[in-house]
Ligand binder design. Structure first.
Ligand SMILES: [Zn+2]
Length: 68
């Protein structure tokens, strides 16, 4: 689904850096170095990025359309 707003273990806000992380990794930069540059030193926060799988595009077609 969507990246959690905060790290599950330490509570640091992480979601605001997710798109920046994705863009840098897509450019071919090393994921570990990108996380270091973004200021994520603790491995609990780093695993939130590395272990995340974006499934929103897979799930969204099954959501119910809202009546306006
Ligand atoms: Zn953390």
């Amino acid at each position: 689904m969507l990246i959690p707003v905060r790290c599950w273990s330490c509570g640091k806000v992480i979601a605001h850096k997710y798109q920046e992380y994705l863009d840098a990794v897509e450019e071919g930069k090393d994921a570990g170095q990108v996380l270091h540059d973004l200021g994520f030193e603790r491995y609990c926060c780093r695993r939130m990025f590395v272990g995340h799988i974006d499934l929103i595009d897979e799930v969204a077609p099954f959501s119910i359309e809202r009546q306006q």
